[in-house]
Write a protein that binds this ligand. Sequence first.
Ligand code: NCD
Length: 320
Amino acid sequence: MKSFKGRDIIDINDFSKEELLFILKTAKKFDPAFVKKDRSNYTLAQGKIAAVLFFEQSTRTEQSFRSAAQKIGMGIIGFNDPESTSIHKGESFSDTIRIMDSYADVLIIRHPRAGAAKEAADVAQIPVINAGDGPNQHPTQTMLDLYTMMKEAGPAPDGARAGKLDGITVALMGDLKYGRTVHALSIALSHFNVKQIFISHPSLAMPDEYLKILKEKKREFKVWDKLPEDLKGVDFLYQTRVQKERFINLSQYKKIKDKFILDASFKEYLDKGVKLMHPLPRVNEMDSSLDAHPNAIYFQQARNGLYIREALLSLVLGRL
Ligand code: NCD
């Protein structure tokens, strides 16, 4: 396993199964579900600065990175409105990165362009964390998704489920074409013996490049164009938002946006044991009446992001 100190977190493909499991294990150190004593550690990364550079909107990812950084004692600089910076005057992306690189110890970047985080990492000396680059990837979301699945998957009846991920079935639903969270998640799950089911309108299907990975690894998967009557055997249903902002043709968006909605009747599946996840934000694809159900775990999922990001910042700064 490569050292995490100084490492960029750009692409989920850069992480082996062993490394992903190590990150999940490290996150447990920050999670009150596993650490009973006061877990505040305001000195772990004291004196270090995180630059939070958000060129695209965010609630959870930006705020949980800010919270995680402060919980381990870091200072924070950055912006979430690039128009308030010299970019407005015409400064280039690479110049902005070069400047922030000299003021901070880690850069956390979200950008609407696929590949922007990698471009930043090529320019910066300090570690760069990809907080979402267009429709491409969102690796820290994937790590918190895996962490949530690992935490919430019950033990296998035969006790053989390694790390609790092997042996589960995960259905990914909604916008599988433009949704970066499902892209990186599918790749990460391919390390494990996980059956994947892709449920979407055909025009928002999982791109072939991701199915190819599953074929190469001989992982079982299915492609469905509607939610079936019976979700037997599905441990997690990962619902997603149709990514309106990535559509070139808005009339196409309007045509398909309401095709994969989970209304109040989905409670029946939750009662049968399917756990419902969602990276959030939701628009109308998941009825709020489901929220109170113990198997609706999307708010816990968002909270788990804090522990993953505390772990990642500590690791890339060499403080753990
Ligand atoms: C997602 C994102 O930004 O990719 N949200 C998140 O980071 N939790 C999902 C989305 O915007 O639909």
